[in-house]
Ligand binder design. Structure first.
Ligand code: BDR
Ligand code: CA
Length: 321
């Protein structure tokens, strides 16, 4: 059984990823930890509580960072992508049960200590909560099994960022936290935009989900209306990349990804703030910024058809309930 903490700025693609985790056989969601990003911490925590209640997800929710630990790129929330409430502005009543009083960082440490070597954090928002958890518990790299991150963009394949030419939102939203986590010795695997953008869901795929995944399929249809409007406005096509669900897909089926390894940095200021840089040859560089940094694992290619099949097959289990 895989014990997972889902660390999320729960917007539209995060909610799709949470349902993927929830219906995946052999996964136990130990906690959902929230972080501001796609919407305010109040909104993303409310969204997490709603999705938990609506789909009977047996997991405690812990409220996390309401802002970045250091300088960050941009201000405000991407309501033009995820809607003002972060879930495509679908309406729902206030959840009956709120988050716990303990913070996200405290919960990460407590669970890591309770299950040493067993917990994987699937981190699909800014890395602020994990950076705070490292401050609380410097032994965290020995205690956590793995951290799978959706974030960054690795430029050598010619891709661009989504909040600047070189930066992706989760990294640019808290570069200080991200660089800290990537250099901490945690066993980090990163799936950046250059890979998530290879795996695309279109309306036909959403129609299949709607037909096969019961209430989960209807919910995904509803929340993706706003998301598809946004992507249509920038790409002229009604389809979206599978960002956060790619991290879940890696957890469930890492064989669908090819990985390269090396020390990885996040630029913390200046015009390239938020850029993620994998150093494949640290010993050759004039700068020592990559020397004596632990390696991260960076996904470089994906079997997109296999990932989409895995998503559909897993969500179809929801339709059998
Ligand atoms: C990432 O940023 C967030 O808006 C999405 O949920 C995803 O985690 C994509 O850059
Ligand atoms: Ca996210």
């Amino acid at each position: 059984m895989k014990r997972v903490i889902f660390d999320t700025d729960i917007g539209i693609d995060d909610a799709m990823a949470l349902l993927f985790l929830h219906y995946a056989p052999g996964v136990r969601i130990e906690a959902i930890t929230t972080v501001s990003g796609n919407a305010s911490i109040a909104n993303v925590t409310r969204n997490a509580c709603h999705v938990r209640e609506r789909f009977g997800i047996d997991a405690r929710i812990f409220r996390g960072a309401s802002g970045p630990l250091g300088p960050a790129l941009g201000q405000g929330y991407p309501d033009f992508v995820h809607g003002k409430n972060g879930l495509g502005d679908i309406q729902f009543p206030d959840p009956r049960q709120d988050a716990e009083l303990q913070s996200a960082a405290e919960a990460i440490v407590e669970l890591a200590e309770a299950y040493p070597g067993e917990i994987t954090v699937v981190a699909v928002g800014r890395l602020s909560n994990l950076a705070k958890a490292l401050d609380l518990c410097p032994r965290l790299p020995e205690l956590l099994k793995e951290v799978v991150v959706m974030g960054g963009v690795f430029m050598r394949r010619g891709h661009q960022g989504n909040v600047s030419p070189v930066a992706e939102a989760n990294m640019a939203g808290d570069p200080t936290a991200a660089d800290r986590v990537l250099g901490s010795g945690l066993a980090v695997t990163i799936i950046g935009l250059d890979v998530t953008e290879e795996t695309i869901m279109d309306e036909a795929f959403i129609d299949s989900l709607r037909a096969q995944a019961g209430e989960a399929g209807s919910f995904i249809y509803d929340i993706t209306r706003f998301y598809f409007d946004f992507y249509e406005s920038i790409n002229s096509e009604r389809s979206c990349p599978i960002h956060d669900s790619s991290a879940v897909a890696y957890l469930l089926a890492p064989e669908h990804y090819h990985v390269e390894t090396g020390p990885t940095r996040v630029v913390c200021d200046g015009v390239a703030m938020g850029q993620t840089i994998l150093g494949l040859h640290p010993e050759r560089y004039a700068s020592d910024a990559w020397l004596e940094r632990p390696d991260c694992r960076i996904c470089t290619t994906v079997d997109a058809a296999a990932v989409k099949k895995l998503y559909l097959d897993t969500l179809a289990l929801a339709g059998q309930e």
